[in-house]
Design a protein around this ligand. Structure first.
Ligand code: ADP
Length: 241
């Protein structure tokens, strides 16, 4: 699934959170959206997912107008920074949730739901935690469950909003590596939001740098590292040398 965003503008009052954003994401790509806090990354993700609406501009999926569709029709998986797991449900039921609330016409039978959840828990290597509750899991485990839940509906697009931001450095590093290999396996068009330059350069095959509601640079991790167009990335390189 390709994603194309054209001249997207989103205002909150007179403030433009997105100030004319153009972006194309290729089928199967894992793209990192990098930028300082407040640069418009989450706003862009929410509009692509159908959780918010732009003032003007276009969003299309494989050439079809996505803005004409509601969030559910867009078939997008979303992973939030703070897991957003249901506390009163077991891990199994959390992952099954998206399948149980699908419209009746496409909803799977119970046996098929159970088989799919098992497959997903195997994929994130946490099958052994199926009967636990979120409060009994570590942060890294919770985020892997959140990812399994987002993948349950076989999304055409996967959006990850600072998915590892709440975790400590060691777990974050492990999960980055794991996400890269998982992405290789499932091959879903994905956008990964982060304000951590190292994370963006490590995880993605292409990096988009945003600042103040605009895209400042698009390039391979090497391009962005070697010839940064913004002070934000400069700051990182200065620190890391
Ligand atoms: P980022 O994800 O890069 O940190 P956001 O997209 O969350 O940035 O926010 C971009 C800007 O828009 C910020 O200045 C933020 O305060 C503002 N903003 C985001 N959502 C709202 C909202 N619902 N109401 C008012 N301002 C908002």
């Amino acid at each position: 699934m390709t994603i194309e965003v054209r001249n997207l503008v989103k205002k909150f009052g007179s403030f433009a959170a997105l100030d004319g954003v153009d972006l194309k994401v290729d089928n199967g790509e894992l793209l990192a959206l990098l930028g300082p806090s407040g640069s418009g990354k989450t706003t862009l993700l929410r509009i692509i997912a159908g959780l918010d609406w732009p003032d003007s501009g276009e969003v299309s999926f494989n050439g079809e107008d996505a803005l004409a569709q509601g969030a559910r029709e867009r078939h997008v998986g979303f992973v939030f920074q703070h897991y957003a797991l249901f506390r009163h449900m077991t891990v199994f039921e959390n992952v099954a949730f998206g399948l149980r609330v699908q419209p009746r016409a496409v909803r799977k039978e119970e046996a098929a739901i159970r088989a799919r959840v098992k497959e997903l828990l195997d994929l994130v290597q946490l099958d052994w935690l199926a009967d636990r509750y979120p409060s009994q899991l570590s942060g890294g485990q919770r985020q892997r469950i959140a990812l399994a839940r987002a993948l349950a509906i076989e999304p055409r697009i996967l959006l990850l909003d600072e998915p590892f931001g709440a975790l400590d450095a060691k777990v974050r590093k492990e999960l980055r590596r794991w996400l890269r290999s998982l992405h290789h396996e499932i091959n879903v068009t994905s956008i990964f939001v982060t304000h951590d330059q190292e994370e963006a350069l490590e995880v993605a095959n292409r990096v988009v740098v945003m600042d103040k509601g605009r895209i400042e640079q698009i390039g391979s991790p090497d391009d962005v590292y070697e010839s940064p167009a913004t002070a934000f990335v400069h700051g990182f390189i200065g620190e890391s040398i």
